[in-house]
Design a protein around this ligand. Structure first.
Ligand code: ATP
Ligand code: MG
Length: 581
């Protein structure tokens, strides 16, 4: 049976499988086999190993769900480990944000928070061990020379003239490197493997470099630092990681990790590579996201348009939706691109269930109900969430002057437009039928500034006793009771499906969507939203899902639109189902 490739959701996956609902997960299968074979005494121990050099993004969420998810499913453990081997790019700001993000996603490493820098002494001992075994040497070539000597994919490399140094000389020089006798970049410690290997990673890779830099945890203790490739595999080994899971670009590094493990005779963690997450209209590279922040294209790492965990959290995404999405896309061996509408679909599904519905008018048009008593206020009962009766009801004030959406009135309605127009009757949600009797216009601009209506007192609750029907129900807010807010509407940060594609010689910033942010001020919200706290999520009826932004203050409410109500993914799936029938 051929399994659908979940990393090709879109045309290809549909062609391959006919449906897009059964995620494959080859790593889970491998783990299941290992457990069944009692490998490592049936133990399953994974880790999530970020480098603290940026904020986590939705791609990392896939890795987090995978590592923590496997441990949970097989009764194992998952560590959080910072691979902090590069002091020049790392900061505690990143460490703190990563801890917060993994926790927010709902995962728990218990007491197993580790740092590669915790193991610097051990790594140093192992480097000495390899020197003593004749498997490592101090090299005086510059970085550029090392690159030249390395050769290419088609040409073998050349051996460094320092490769033949004696063990004693190497031990002495390495000790003096550590003692700070040499300037940055003047020497390295390299593994003595094979300059003719077809795998470039095996051509005497650098294990240690000299870097007189303060480390965010070890301070000034070290002036030599292990390379990522000399640290990563051994850190897994120290922690007894049974399944060392990483993305495909590390497949070529596996022979090197295995070589170190074998030479040192330490616990053999096994590495498994999976396809990284790619999303349409999205960049998932810390380096590029950092550029967006530094060049001011976004307001920060947590700009609600960013694919960072803190960005989508601020935007109103829920951890439940992200986990469901990661479960749904599965884990494959080959790279592909997921449509962002699939992620959005999971967010909508979750928000639809959990967020209370309220009424808000984003672009207000004043409505006067001429036959409604001037000083009367009625409290109308409104349902908080028709999907969940347990969420109860609330009271919404109704009065003579209301706001409705500008878009819900047309002086000259086109065909198929069923909302308010002169002479037309519609239902006000939870309220009455109202009929438009006329519009007031600005004399100079011709813009409609106010409309007049009459209401039918017999239609309270939304139905006419004589059985007459209306074709539209619109939302509204009582003018005297409205709370004002700023509302930020978002679209994809990149208008292009694949902003990382540089085949046209253009930088990804040229694909930034100039309309990715629209700020509306003077929006009118129903009074129950007064004082809504940061992070509270709502469905504004007919307009989408909204979340209180971190810029919000009691005297200046700010909402982000998490998402519109339109669900393109649901439409795609429905069309598929129909085709099958
Ligand atoms: P980036 O490519 O964005 O710079 P990175 O790979 O350098 O990210 P790390 O901090 O090294 O970031 O990543 C931690 C873990 O997350 C690694 O195991 C890495 O393979 C995984 N990871 C990173 N990006 C993705 C992605 N897009 N999809 C799935 N896993 C990812
Ligand atoms: Mg990395």
């Amino acid at each position: 049976m051929s399994m659908p490739n979940p990393d090709m959701i879109g045309e290809d996956a549909r062609k391959e499988s006919g449906t897009a609902t059964s995620p494959s997960h080859f790593i889970k299968e491998l783990v299941r086999q290992d457990v069944a074979a009692n490998k490592n005494d049936g133990r399953v121990h994974t880790r999530f190993p970020p480098e603290p050099n940026g904020y986590l993004h939705i791609g990392h969420a896939k890795s987090i769900c995978l590592n923590f998810g496997l441990a949970a499913e097989f009764g194992g453990k998952c560590n959080l480990r910072f691979d902090d081997t590069n002091p020049s790019k790392e900061e505690t700001e990143y460490v703190d944000s990563i801890i917060e993000d993994v926790r927010w996603l709902g995962f728990d490493w218990e007491d197993r928070l580790f740092y590669a820098s915790d193991y610097f002494d051990q790594l140093y001992q192992w480097a000495v061990q390899l020197i003593k075994a004749g498997r490592a040497y101090v090299c005086d070539l510059t970085a550029e020379e090392i690159r030249e000597y390395r050769g290419t994919l088609t040409e073998p490399g050349r051996e460094s003239p320092y490769r033949g140094r004696s063990v004693e000389e190497n031990l002495n020089l390495f000790e003096r490197m550590r003692a700070g006798e040499f300037p940055d970049g003047s020497r390295t410690l390299r593994a003595k493997i094979d300059m003719a290997s077809p795998n470039l990673n095996m051509r005497d890779p650098v294990m240690y470099r000299i870097l007189h830099a303060e480390h965010h945890r070890t301070g000034g203790k070290w002036c030599i630092y292990p390379m990522y490739d000399f640290a990563h595999g051994q850190c897994d080994s120290i922690e007894g990681i049974t399944h060392s899971i990483c993305t495909l670009e590390f497949a070529d590094h596996r022979p090197l990790y295995d070589w170190f493990i074998e030479q040192l005779g330490i616990f053999p963690s096994r590495q498994y590579e999976f396809a990284r997450l790619n999303l349409t209209h999205t960049l998932l590279s810390k380096r590029k996201l950092l550029m967006l922040v530094h060049q001011g294209h976004v307001s920060g790492w947590d700009d609600p348009r960013m694919p960072t965990i803190c960005g989508i959290r601020r935007r109103g995404y829920t951890p439940e939706a992200i986990r469901a999405f990661c479960e749904r896309i599965g884990v494959a061996r080959t790279d592909g691109v997921i449509e962002i509408s699939l992620l959005e679909h999971f967010v909508r599904e979750d928000l639809n269930r959990r967020s209370p519905r309220v009424m808000a008018v984003l672009r207000p048009l004043r409505v006067v109900i001429d036959n409604y008593p001037e000083d009367r206020v009625e409290e109308l009962e409104a349902v908080n969430n028709p999907e969940d009766p347990g969420m109860g009801t609330r009271r919404v004030p109704f009065s003579r002057v209301l706001y409705i959406e500008r878009d819900d009135f047309r002086e000259d309605p086109p065909k198929q437009y069923f909302r308010l127009a002169p002479g037309r009757e519609v239902r006000l949600r939870y309220g009455y039928f109202v009929k438009c009797t006329g519009a007031v216009k600005d004399e100079t601009t011709g813009e409609v500034t106010e409309i007049h209506c009459t209401y039918d007192p017999a239609t309270r609750g939304g139905n006419a006793p004589d059985g007459r029907k209306v074709k539209a129900t619109i939302h509204w807010v009582s003018a005297a009771h409205a709370v004002e807010a700023e509302v930020r509407l978002y679209d994809h940060l990149f208008s292009r499906e694949n902003p990382g594609d540089d085949s046209e010689g253009l930088d990804f910033t040229s694909y930034l969507n100039p309309k990715s942010l629209e700020v509306l001020t003077g929006c009118k919200l129903e009074p129950s939203l007064a004082g809504a706290g940061h992070g509270r999520r709502y469905q504004f009826e007919r307009l989408g899902y909204f979340c209180v932004d971190s810029d919000s203050a009691p005297d200046h409410l700010v909402f982000d639109r998490t998402m519109t109500l339109r669900d393109t993914w649901a439409k795609i799936e429905k069309a598929l189902e129909e085709k099958k029938r």
